[in-house]
Structure formats: C-alpha cells, structure tokens
Design a protein around this ligand. Structure first.
Ligand SMILES: [Fe+2]
Ligand SMILES: [Fe+2]
Length: 176
C-alpha cells in the first residue's frame, strides 16, 4: 500500500474520533433509557442506529492500525462528553434525544461530503466507505426528524450548541 498522505491521515483520525463519539452518544442515551426515561420505541430506534455507528467506528479503528495513524489524544474527553451529551439530551425526552442525532448528523453530512470531494482515485476504497457512511448518517438524520426531533424555541439553542461543540471537536481531532 502507498504511504498515507498527511491529509488522509487527518481524515481518518477525525472520522475515527467522530464515529466513536457517535457510539458514546448512543451509549449515554441508552443509559438514560435504561434508568430514568421509559420509552421502548425510542430505545429500539437508538439501538439500531448504534449498530451502524459501531460498524463505522470499527472500520476507522482498523484503518488507524493498518496505516499506523495516531488516534486523537482527546478520545477520553470525547468519550466523557459523548456519554454526557447522550444522557443529558435524552433526559429532555424524545425531542431532545432526536434533536441530538439530527444536529450531529447535519454536521457530519457536511464533514463527510467535504472529505469525499477531496479524495481522489488513490484512495478509492476509503472514498467508497465514507460515501456509504454518509448515506447511513443521512438516513439517521431522517429517522431523527420522523421520530420527533424539534428545532423550535429552546431546542434551536440546543441545536446550535451541539453543532458548535461538534465542529470544535472535529477541528481538534484532525490535528491532535
Ligand atoms: Fe456513523
Ligand atoms: Fe449516524
């Protein structure tokens, strides 16, 4: 295999962090749904989406090892914040939990599209995977809106906070 360019290295590092973060968010949501919040339908939806995120995460985990890329040093912090965000958003109920998914996926949609546009034929397989993952994320976003994600009133503020936080985490994870 050819040497991974530093740009692609950054892509894989940040995508690994993001997909792992997604798993952690859903873990936090399921923690709330297994304790304080009762909603079997929401729980089932989240469990299904979590399976996809674990697949995504495993792919990047493998790429990190294969190409000898250092994962972001911030993983422990992202784990903590991810679980906290998932747990907290779900305490608000269905609207909060699903807004969390919608907000994150909207950021990831643009993030992945930006990467896809920069990847050429030398990274064909990676490009194919990211394209597929982006489709999964868009599907998650649609599910979130179907299941009651709201951006009205207070939730519009929460949306902005989640989006800003996600973008900061992306910028950091690319570099460190
Ligand atoms: Fe994902
Ligand atoms: Fe997703």
């Amino acid at each position: 295999m050819k040497k991974t360019s530093s740009k692609v290295e950054e892509f894989i590092r940040v995508d690994h962090a993001g997909e792992r973060g997604a798993v952690k968010i859903y873990e936090g949501q399921l923690l709330a749904l297994n304790t304080l919040v009762k909603n079997e339908d929401l729980k089932k939806t989240i469990e299904e989406m979590k399976v996809h995120e674990m697949e995504h995460c495993q792919f990047f985990e493998k790429e990190i090892k294969k190409r000898n890329i250092k994962p972001t040093k911030f993983l422990p912090l992202w784990d903590l914040l991810g679980v906290g965000l998932g747990f907290g958003s779900t305490l608000l109920g269905k609207k909060g939990a699903m807004l969390c998914t919608a907000s994150v996926e909207e950021v990831i949609d643009k993030h992945y599209l930006n990467q896809i546009n920069q990847l050429g034929s030398e990274e064909k397989e990676l490009k194919k995977k990211i394209t597929k993952f982006r489709e999964d994320e868009l599907h998650h976003k649609d599910i979130a809106y179907e299941k009651g994600a709201s951006k009205k009133g207070f939730y519009s503020i929460l949306d902005k906070i989640i989006k800003t936080g996600s973008k900061i985490a992306i910028n950091i994870s690319e570099k460190v």
